[in-house]
Design a protein around this ligand. Sequence first.
Ligand code: SF4
Length: 511
Amino acid sequence: MRVLLLNPPRRISPQRQEVIVNAPLAACLITGYIAATLRAARIPVEVLEADLEGWDLDQTASAIASTRGMGERLLLGVHLVYQWEETLDILRMLEGLKAEGNLDHLSLYGFFPTFAWRELLGLFPFVDSIVRGEPELTFLELVRRLSGGHEWRDARGLAWMDQGRLQLNPARPLIDPLDPLPFPLRPPPSLLQGRNPDNYLLGSRGCYNHCSFCYLTPFYQGQRRWRGRTPQNIVSEIGQVLEETGSSSFYFADANFFGPGEKGQERARELARILRGEGLSIRFGLECRANDVQEETLAQLQEAGLTHLFVGIESGSDEVLGLIEKNTTASINEEAVRTAQRLGLKLSTGFIMFEPDARLGHIRESFEFLKRLGLLRSPSITAHLLHHPLVVLRGTKSFSRLLSQDRLAVDPLLQYEGRYRFVDPRVESLAQLMTRISCRALQTNEDQDYDPQEGCYRIPHALEGERLRRLNDLLIDTFARALEWLEAGGDGPAREGLVPLEEAFSREIVK
Ligand code: SF4
């Protein structure tokens, strides 16, 4: 049986202006790990990188159809990512392929199918199976059983439909330790040219926290377990990639790079020691929680090549951090940001300006926090930081809580995404205004403040700097004036005070 894995095309939704929340970054290697696991078991597998190829759906369908040789059976595994309004188009493309007899077995994997397995199997009967959670070993077993002509339906980790009845098999134990997993198969370097960074790494899986909005812990069966590869194993992979590609730019896609406590710090310092000891000249970035930002550890990682740091700070308000169960505080966040700034790291932050239970006071705290720390520095960043609402997806605690409070309007078809009512209508008005004007600013700006050399956003010193600075100031000023108007008691269904602000923004942005 021929095995083909697909990373489908991805498009940025003009309404959302982002793709990042559809699947955690950690999912970016999911197909590569499955492919490597199959190859390690001597099972031939091909990967179609429709996303990196820049293909549309027709091109993708043709490529899949032409893969199958005469008389061959084809198993297609698809890393299905929730792509807002575009998701249905991908499913229709798969339906067409199945109807034309091009696929013998269609299996979906990834975060979206793991949580929306009921809806996907119920609505799309052409899907044969769904691999839930950590996929490598389940997919391997599926391939072995199908290739050998054996019964596949009782394989652990699978969901499937039996004559109209949903079936969910028991979960497979989490992979632990991770070192025995083969290094993930990577897209050919030609497809990565011009992308920043060149190479993703996954040094760990899982998280020791369970934030209310995050589906990482539920993906790993609700276990608050952080599992790390050994530093030696990570460095071996880096060495191999360097040798094969000559490319020295890496980014850890781990949702939470550091393991818990002092042990987690020591592991990171050991990684830095080995990288330096091996004399590997690389630059890399990583993502972590604010409470794991320790200057000494980061300084050692910096000496080993760390340049970019992403910290999920989420809020400048202790109460909001409590609401989202972040288990950090605003002062921990502040110290983390100042540490990164002292070290001169290129810092990005995860931020949720609009939490469904937030009050205007919380919004004010977060706004002052962002200004105080100098985080509103270029229009793309400012637009994101000032408008991000909590995204509520199935699988998270927020989804269940808001649903039980009857505050969630769930997408009627896929039932994966929920739109909620804020407790404070004034916060809702501000959130809606900021979504509209931030998306407008992002469309107008088209990443002109992105510096591909540095791999980060900043206002360049060149001529266009003045225009970008004005756009940045316009966003901050509109937010500040809208917040002040609402704080002064501005309310009512028409939100009259916000309308002129939006009109003024529309006039200014085209200047
Ligand atoms: S810290 Fe929270 S948001 Fe980050 S990975 Fe862990 S649970 Fe998810």
